[in-house]
Design a protein around this ligand. Structure first.
Ligand code: PLP
Length: 477
């Protein structure tokens, strides 16, 4: 080791010395000693390599302590924590998709803090099924004969394919071989389930005769997949579930429809394009319908399968089902969410539905409320104003819909980017989106990029926290 190298390393404080200096500052309530030690070691390792590479003397113990404190503060006591979603994307998979209704939260807490009848039939005094708590509700809501719930819709599709088509063929239209993101691709799931994919038709057009001609003794299932996150437009043709059901009946082959978002309500009265509802899919006669619990339904993460009893019961008996099963928290939250649909209160209480259907005037007034909470000097400095914009629904649902929305624009050009970074690093973190707003307050088009804090997805109770986070982020720039 050269003299310089040795001198550099001697200049670094010991783990204990740095830890003591961090502890002396006393600013980090709740951060465990073990985590601080890990952060201290990491900071020392980084500083050692930096100093050696640069041939420079290492930072002082005070500078290193400040770095550790900043990292610990930014990381927070808990890793998973609430953020303010100001992206306007209602079903944001990275931000947790659907929020739970007050009733769902209440039911969750109730079964979390006490023992429950999770697998106990209280009337017959015998072992019961955990699925029984949502089965009857799903049957009544969808008019299906039977229902099953697993971990998510990807699991539902996997379970159905494994049960019905392992070692056999599944016919799917080329236009429906979708990728949903997060590694969910129909061809890959098919491979994993042991089923053999039999693609038919062309990307833009598939006809009933394409399915009919592909049927062989090896065919186990006709699968229809809702192209939730993209649309084929122009010269197109697809086969309806009803037509597939007719073909399947004729040839003795079951039909499944993966609906993806799976809404239980028709959203057309709110200006959305028609999406097939779960009830429509069931009514068309398909044997199995699968959909997500946390997309348009607005419940917890889950994969719901409804359909004919003879087919659903085969899925229930598959040992894979045990590996994909849902826990009591999911059941509690799902039962409460489904209850709201049956009680007719879903549009008032399920956050996903509320956000999707909230009138633009209410969104604008929330944005104005946030604006009023900024100091006049800050408003001026950030050129803050309330603007209208359009947002995506997200979650691979309603991809062509541009939801009218409103929010606060702040910062201009590079400053908007820096504000965005500072807000993401804040507490609570705020996620906005960089836009070129269509219009400013005076109705003229903006040239520079701005940070939009879209208020469609900001909860009314979060408005003060949003304004405070913005004030704090601007102060840190
Ligand atoms: C979203 C989606 C899935 C995956 O559902 P998860 O609940 O996210 O696992 C599967 N199929 C379709 C058509 C989807 O839109």
């Amino acid at each position: 080791m050269s003299v310089d190298r040795a001198a550099t390393l001697r200049g670094l404080p010991s783990v204990d010395a740095l830890l003591r200096r961090v502890a002396e500052r006393g600013e980090l309530p709740g951060i465990t000693r073990a985590r601080l030690t890990a952060l201290v070691r990491q900071a020392l390792d980084e500083e050692r390599s930096r100093a050696l590479t640069a041939g420079a003397s290492p930072a002082t113990v005070d500078a290193l302590a400040a770095r550790v404190v900043e990292r610990a503060r930014q990381g927070g006591v808990f890793s998973l924590r609430p953020v303010i979603n100001a992206t306007g994307v209602v079903l944001h998979t990275n931000l947790g998709r659907s929020l739970m209704s007050p009733l769902a939260l209440e039911r969750l807490a109730a079964v979390a803090e006490a023992y429950s009848n999770l697998e106990l039939d209280l009337v017959r005094k015998e072992r019961g099924s955990r699925y029984s708590h949502v089965e009857a509700l799903l049957q009544r809501l969808t008019a299906a004969e039977d229902a099953l719930v697993v971990n998510n819709n990807a699991a539902a599709v996997l379970l159905a394919l494994e049960t019905l088509a392992h070692g056999r063929e599944v016919i799917v239209s080329r236009g429906e071989l979708i990728e949903i993101g997060g590694e969910f691709r129909i061809p890959d799931i098919m491979l994993r389930s042991g089923a053999v994919l039999r693609e038919v038709g062309a990307t833009n057009r598939t006809h009933l005769r394409d399915y009919a001609e592909a049927i062989t003794p090896a065919t186990a299932l006709l699968l229809k997949v809702h192209t939730s996150n993209y649309r084929v437009v122009g010269f197109t043709a697809e086969v309806s579930s009803g037509e597939l059901v007719e073909l399947g009946r004729e040839r003795g082959i079951p039909v499944m429809e993966d609906l993806g978002s799976g809404s239980l309500v028709d959203l057309r009265p709110w200006g959305f394009p028609h999406e097939p509802t779960v009830q429509e899919a069931v009514a068309s006669g398909v044997d199995l319908v699968s959909f997500s619990g946390d997309k348009l339904l607005g419940g917890p993460q889950a994969g719901i399968v409804v359909g004919r009893r003879a087919v659903v019961s085969r899925l229930k008996k598959n040992p894979w089902n045990r590996a994909l099963r849902i826990d009591k928290f999911t059941i509690a939250a799902l039962e409460a969410t489904l209850y709201a649909y049956e009680a007719g209160s879903a549009f008032d209480t399920v956050p996903t539905l509320r956000m999707l259907t909230e009138p633009i005037a209410a969104v604008r007034s929330r944005a104005r409320r946030a604006l009023r909470r900024l100091s006049p000097a800050l408003r001026e400095r950030l050129r803050a104003s309330v603007v209208d914009d359009r947002a995506q629904v997200g979650g691979g649902a309603l991809p062509t819909v541009e939801l009218p929305t409103a929010g606060l624009v702040v910062g201009v050009g590079a400053e908007a980017m820096r504000l965005d970074d500072a807000l993401r690093a804040g507490d609570p973190p705020v996620m906005g989106r960089i836009v070129r707003p269509r219009t400013d307050a005076k109705g003229t088009r903006e040239r520079d990029e701005r940070l939009l804090l879209d208020c469609r997805t900001v909860l009314p109770a979060q408005v003060p926290a949003l304004a405070a986070a913005l004030t704090a982020a601007a102060a840190r720039l």
